[in-house]
Ligand binder design. Structure first.
Ligand code: F0G
Length: 456
């Protein structure tokens, strides 16, 4: 087997500004040890997110010029709608400015006090949008998915038995819909199998609960199904994607991921009445139903991106480049969620820093150190992002303490990734010198974006 090369040539480049370690120590301190507060030009390799950070193709940029900016009935909308319909098979396609706008609209309508929404693992914005309506977001991830060190093919699967129990206990009338997030971002970018989606759908059907897909990384998930699930090896990605959506009654999507675009999203629905309610709310909050908070050019770029993302040589390179980083980290003894997920590597901070307890945010300590050592920006997914407090104000930590290194699509080459490897391995060797953090400021919701820390 020959080296899997980037399936593109580079036509336009963006320079990287280099900083010294001394500069980075000062920058991090000024940012309150929060990577969201660092200016992007002070970052050498930005692995904060794979969201909206894709390099667009020449054809997408051409689409930007070709976008039709008509307020109503733009031709770019119809191209976008056709492409989303082709993939999802859904009847009503509602553009939004990004994924959480779809969530906001959907849950404003179906949420509310006394309602419950199960998912394999809710992403933080999904959870926040549900909780904002007074409803509860419930994670029903399968047990294997909670153990970073166990290797399994589909660690994003929902626990179907727990789902059944949950429905019986809660009452189907209190569950307006069930969700599955593909791939499971908060649980390590792990895929969900077709069989699991089918089984969840059967349970939902039995209790008459609609199934929704959080489709942000549907193409990556489809590629994992092709590679790992029996019976899919010879199927084109588009066919796998269509089958996934055939089990769903609706989907929320952030086109900033597998749409290969810098902004955008959509809600795809089959229920006419719900679609009408969503469109009415869309008009108040996002815009007219044929642009939904986006410019015509964005719709054009998304439509093109949704074609390119189905290309198998792209997906092979994409999944392999993340796996390459994971493989080498494991070889160096760095604990990560295994096997590597689709869009990111997740360092297991509990095993990386066993002496720093969750109350001192071991993940955040690693994030700080990777920045200081190599100008690499990553993000904590652990007690900072998902921690809650009990009545006595003590931290209730989530099951895992992780650091996510999300790989932007088509942006970095193998030598960038080799540099990232060197920095992580060096930080791992010096891990005894890392210290925990304490929070000195936090907002009531989604605190990780704006919290400030001090080193203990
Ligand atoms: N669902 C999942 C699974 C996500 O990963 C995201 C965003 C959203 C919904 C919300 O989409 O950002 O367009 O509003 N994830 C980004 C990330 C922010 O870094 O993982 P959005």
């Amino acid at each position: 087997m020959k080296t899997i090369i980037e399936p593109f040539k580079i036509k336009s480049v963006e320079p990287i500004r280099f900083t010294t370690k001394e500069e980075r120590i000062a920058i991090l301190k000024k940012a309150g040890y929060n990577p969201f507060m660092i200016h992007a030009d002070d970052v050498i390799i930005d692995l904060l997110t794979d969201s909206g950070t894709s390099a667009m193709s020449a054809k997408q940029w051409a689409g930007i010029m070709d976008g039709d900016e008509a307020y109503a009935g733009s031709k770019s909308f119809y191209r976008f709608e056709k492409q989303v319909e082709k993939i999802t098979g859904m009847k009503y396609i509602i553009p939004t400015h990004q994924g959480r706008a779809s969530e906001k609209i959907l849950f404003s309508i179906v949420g509310g006090k006394g309602k419950y929404f199960p998912n394999n693992t809710h992403f933080d914005t999904t959870r926040a949008n549900i909780e904002f309506t007074g409803a509860e977001a419930v994670d029903l991830l399968n047990e294997t998915g909670k153990h970073p060190e166990i290797r399994a093919d589909f660690k994003g699967n929902m626990d179907v038995e727990k789902l059944t129990e949950f429905i019986k206990k809660t009452g189907k009338e209190n569950i307006p819909l069930c969700m599955i997030t593909i791939t499971n971002n908060s649980g390590g970018g792990q895929p969900v199998s077709m069989q699991n989606i089918r089984e969840v759908k059967e349970v939902c059907n039995k209790y008459d609960i609609p199934l929704f897909i959080d489709a942000c990384r549907f193409a990556e998930n489809a590629y994992f199904i092709k590679k790992r699930e029996k019976g899919y090896g010879n199927k084109p990605i588009i066919e796998i994607a269509k089958e996934i959506f055939s089990y769903a009654d609706g989907a929320t999507m952030s086109a900033k991921k597998d749409g290969l675009a810098n902004i955008g999203g959509f809600l795809a629905l089959n229920d006419e009445d719900l679609a009408m309610k969503c469109r009415n709310l869309l008009i108040v909050t996002e815009g007219f139903p044929t642009y939904g908070g986006l410019a015509g050019r964005d719709l054009e770029a998304i439509a093109q991106g949704l074609e390119e993302v189905l290309d198998e040589s792209y997906l092979q390179y994409r999944i392999r480049s993340v796996e390459y980083l994971g493989e080498r980290l494991v070889a160096a003894g760095v604990p990560i969620i295994e096997p590597p997920g689709g869009h990111a590597i997740y360092i297991d901070a509990k095993r990386f820093l066993p002496d720093i307890p969750p109350e001192q945010f071991p993940g955040q300590a690693i994030v700080g150190s990777l920045y200081v050592e190599g100008g690499i920006r990553s993000v904590e997914i652990g007690s900072v992002m998902f921690g809650k407090y009990d009545e006595k104000g003590r931290l209730i930590p989530p099951p895992m303490e992780l650091v996510r290194l999300a790989i932007p699509r088509r942006v970095y080459t193998q030598s960038h990734i080799d540099y990232v490897l060197e920095v992580i391995i060096e930080t791992f060797k010096n891990r005894k010198n890392l210290r925990g953090y304490k929070i000195v400021y936090e907002a009531p919701m989604l605190r990780h974006f704006t919290a400030r820390f001090e080193v203990i």
